[in-house]
Design a protein. Structure first.
Length: 289
């Protein structure tokens, strides 16, 4: 039986992986979050990895408060870079395969077509910079690691754009949402399914091609389009108004266009990825509002 350690186990992706665990009886899952294992405590992390004898580590843990990170640079770097470097080092030492989750925010958004894995990173925020540093540490340490970049993650779990918009649209007559930033929503459930498909491919020796991959749902929209779809699903009587980025001031700069090209991951692992609209409906149907 293969042993899997999932960090960030109480987050959106970690929670979706937890839900999927029962569908994979040939794996023994261990889920940890900061209460069980502080990734900034090097001694504790080393002890956990050494004693766990894990075959895979899925690192879902991250500092994701994008605007707050502009003030908490040191903490953000410790979580998104230093802790990731430690996991990479321990994965090498204890012969464990690392799957690390990264982000579209490593790019500046100055693109006019979907971004593939070879595009040059140019992060605009502390969050993006530290996530890129984490990637670099993994790649410098391991030749057999997987890095999966994703974007606009939401779920029935945790705090996210979908829940925020749904609750605000239920309560307010009008909302202003940015219409000139484009990307693709990612239902964490779909990402969790893809990760387990990759792990099964590795274990079954069907496909094992380490490196950097992009995964989101299919399609491309603006945050405004996303908000309208959420509001329309529930039929809330709220006017969602398109606004420009300059009208909505934030501490961190977001990429204008971060649609990720998923050709590589689809071809390599024969994945069929749902369109964002279908996955959004699936998620919203589960949410009780």
């Amino acid at each position: 039986m293969k042993r899997l350690l999932v960090t960030g186990g109480n987050g959106q992706l970690g929670s979706e992986l937890r839900d999927l665990a029962s569908k994979h009886p040939s794996f023994q899952f261990t889920f940890v979050d900061i209460a069980e294992l502080d990734l900034l405590n090097e001694a504790a992390v080393r002890k956990a990895v050494a004693e766990g004898k894990y075959d895979f580590i899925i690192n879902c843990a991250a500092y994701t408060a994008v605007d707050k990170a502009e003030e908490e640079k040191d903490l953000c770097r410790k979580v998104n870079a230093d802790a990731v470097g430690l996991l990479a080092s321990l994965s090498k030492e204890f012969a464990c395969r690392l799957i690390h989750i990264s982000t579209d925010y490593i790019f500046d958004g100055e693109f006019n077509q979907p971004i593939d894995e070879n595009a040059t990173p140019k992060p605009l925020s502390v969050y993006g910079v530290t996530k890129l540093e984490g990637e670099d540490l993994v790649l410098a340490e391991l030749e057999d690691a997987y890095i999966i970049r994703t974007s606009w993650v939401y779920s029935t779990y945790g705090k996210n754009f979908v829940k925020t918009i749904a609750n605000l649209a239920k309560q307010r007559p009008e909302l202003g949402v940015v219409c000139d930033q484009y990307g693709t929503p990612t239902y964490a459930r779909d990402l969790a399914v893809a990760i387990m498909s990759i792990i099964n491919s590795i274990v079954d020796k069907r496909a094992d091609y380490p490196g950097v991959y992009h995964f989101t749902n299919e399609g491309a929209i603006s945050w405004y389009d996303f908000a309208v779809a959420i509001k329309d699903h529930y039929g809330f009587n709220c006017n969602v108004k398109p606004i420009k980025t300059f009208e909505y001031k934030t501490a961190a700069v977001r990429p204008k266009f971060s649609v990720l090209d998923k050709t590589k991951i689809k071809k390599t692992f024969a994945l069929e990825i749902p369109h964002w609209s279908q996955s959004l409906r699936d998620c919203l149907n589960k949410l009780a509002l």
